[in-house]
Design a binder for this molecule. Structure first.
Ligand code: SAH
Length: 252
């Protein structure tokens, strides 16, 4: 059996209890060493066989899993954040299905949730934005035409950009082409929830300069939108005059 486990954004105690227990029981662990905190491996059995997938191809990962299966061993495939976001798990799952190897998925705290916590922000604010667009600038991985950053930017919803911190100048251009005001607030969170986390508060216009100044070009999220500002409406849910399924609102 293979368990895909979300390792969380970085801090060792931000893995789920279920994820931690799966690591404790695993005979074989394949972890994405470029982003998963190696400190999580302290939960593993002493005799567990450990592989860092940063140095492996998909074929090599599958090979390790197949050898474990032949011996009836349990494998944990540890991915950063939540495996459903840029996790490259689909291709692994499809091969496992083909080979008749059973698997399940244990979710994790995605880095975009870790970043919101670090910034102490809420991505969805009444009268500011009710949507979060999770996307990336196009790099070596192609982005479908209709999902180009400049097109998505035209919605002016809250945006969380993964895998884009090495392309700050291109991000700035796409956001401006898409219609963002140059002064729209932007936050960059480097290594959210890790001990060496860094936060930059900047604007669309100053993003590349400020990222360069701080030397941040990887392992960061770029968060864009007026939810980073100070203007919003309070929620209906907790409004004394608003009636909900659980609470009768006051008469005006
Ligand atoms: N599945 C992961 C994302 C993997 S893609 C998740 O749910 O978070 C890798 C990208 O995620 C990085 O390039 C970076 O943009 C972002 N990332 C991962 N961990 C991060 C962290 N702790 N802080 C900031 N960004 C992070």
């Amino acid at each position: 059996m293979v368990h895909f486990v979300g390792a969380g954004p970085g801090a060792e105690d931000l893995i789920t209890l279920r994820g931690m227990k799966l690591i404790e029981k695993a005979d074989v662990i394949i972890y994405a060493g470029s982003l998963v905190n190696p400190g999580l491996l302290k939960y593993a059995k002493k005799e567990a066989e450990i592989h860092n997938s940063a140095y492996m191809t998909l074929e090599e990962v599958i090979d390790v899993i197949e050898r474990a299966e032949e011996k009836g061993l349990d494998t944990v495939r540890l991915h950063t954040g939540d495996p459903s976001i840029y996790g490259a798990i689909r291709e692994q799952m499809d091969i496992l299905k083909e080979k008749g190897i059973g698997f399940d998925i244990c979710p994790g705290v995605s880095s975009f949730c870790g970043a919101a916590a670090s910034l102490k922000i809420e991505y969805t604010l009444p009268e500011v934005s009710q949507s979060v667009i999770i996307t990336r600038e196009e790099g070596r991985t192609h982005v479908p035409e209709k999902e180009k950053l400049s097109l998505l930017a035209s919605h002016q919803a809250t945006m969380v950009l993964f895998l884009s911190s090495g392309m700050a100048e291109k991000v700035r251009e796409s956001l401006i082409t898409g219609g963002y005001d140059k002064n729209t607030p932007v936050a960059v969170v480097y290594k959210a929830t890790w001990d060496d986390e860094k936060i930059i508060n900047t604007t669309v216009d100053d993003l590349p300069v400020d990222m360069e100044k701080e030397g941040i070009n990887k392992t960061a999220l770029i968060i864009v939108g007026n939810v980073l500002g100070n203007t919003y409406e309070r929620s209906k849910l907790y409004d004394p005059y608003f009636t909900t399924e659980f609470r009768k609102g006051k008469e005006k």
